[in-house]
Design a protein. Structure first.
Length: 269
């Protein structure tokens, strides 16, 4: 269309159309900048969100990002035109995930969810100790560990290790399952987040060495309670017949029993 100053009416319509297009472009640009800024705030907050302790917040924040991008597609924006934008934010999320994954690995053994364990010796609940442990009775006259949920009356340290390493695996494999904000409709699409694990191989190995030390300390932790199980490993009736010969013997042992009971109250809970 050829517009000249000789046709003021046509020129006015053209200017009005041009202004309308400019206003629409301005509105769309402001909307996209607002969405871009919102995603930026989310990614910055994820930089300081503990991936190990607060994985649910990570999940919710990623969902917020994908909702923003999906809403633009619903409004008519082409998915193909958004690929570079999605790729940009995937790389920013990569930085946030890499940072929090590294921090989480260094504190993994200390900050995993607590696992409740029983210390068993026969069938009597004698006293509580440590933060999550109970001293009960087991059939083979030896102190052992056992998961409260286990139906097996015998302790099994391997079952405890399996439970622990399931929690470890859940964290370690986050980069393998992390989807970010890219279009993952294609099953053959390779995600950039998988590379994070290979970047932290040494930290992962150190984590497993630390877990071995943790279980070594756990097994040694039984030693402090062995003296409390001595009477469970001898014939009580035989001892009574041999050493409790008169009233004074009974009184003396009752006093010792009372003192030991007070000592038992001081055991770690």
């Amino acid at each position: 269309m050829k517009i000249t100053w000789d046709n003021p009416e046509q020129l006015s319509r053209y200017i009005a159309t041009l202004r309308g297009a400019a206003e629409k472009l301005k509105t769309e640009n402001l909307k996209l900048r607002r969405h871009h800024s919102t995603i930026q705030q989310i990614v910055c907050s994820l930089m300081n969100t503990d991936l190990l302790r607060d994985p649910q917040k990570w999940k919710e924040q990623i969902q917020d990002i994908t909702k923003i991008m999906d809403s633009l597609i619903t409004e008519g924006y082409s998915p193909d035109n958004m690929k570079s934008w999605r790729a940009f934010w995937d790389r920013q999320l990569y930085k946030a995930l890499d940072l929090q994954y590294s921090i989480g690995l260094r504190a993994l053994n200390e900050n995993l969810p607590d696992i409740k364990i029983d210390i068993i010796f026969g069938y009597l609940n004698l006293f509580k100790f440590f933060i999550l442990f109970f001293f009960v009775y087991c059939s083979d006259n030896s102190i052992q560990y056992k998961l409260p949920s286990s139906s097996d009356t015998q302790a099994n340290i391997e079952v405890i290790k399996a439970t622990y390493y399931r929690e470890v695996k859940r964290f370690l494999t986050i980069p393998l399952t992390f989807k970010g904000c890219s279009d993952t409709s294609s099953s053959k699409k390779k995600l950039i987040y998988e590379n994070i694990m290979s970047r932290h191989t040494e930290d992962i190995i150190a984590c497993f060495y630390a877990s071995r030390e943790l279980f070594t300390r756990l097994e040694r932790g039984l030693d402090q309670f062995k003296e409390w199980t001595v009477l469970g490993q001898v014939d009580i009736e035989e001892l009574v017949e041999e050493y409790l010969l008169d009233v004074a013997d009974w009184e003396k042992n009752f006093r010792v029993l009372k003192i030991r009971g007070q000592d038992a109250e001081k055991l770690p809970k």
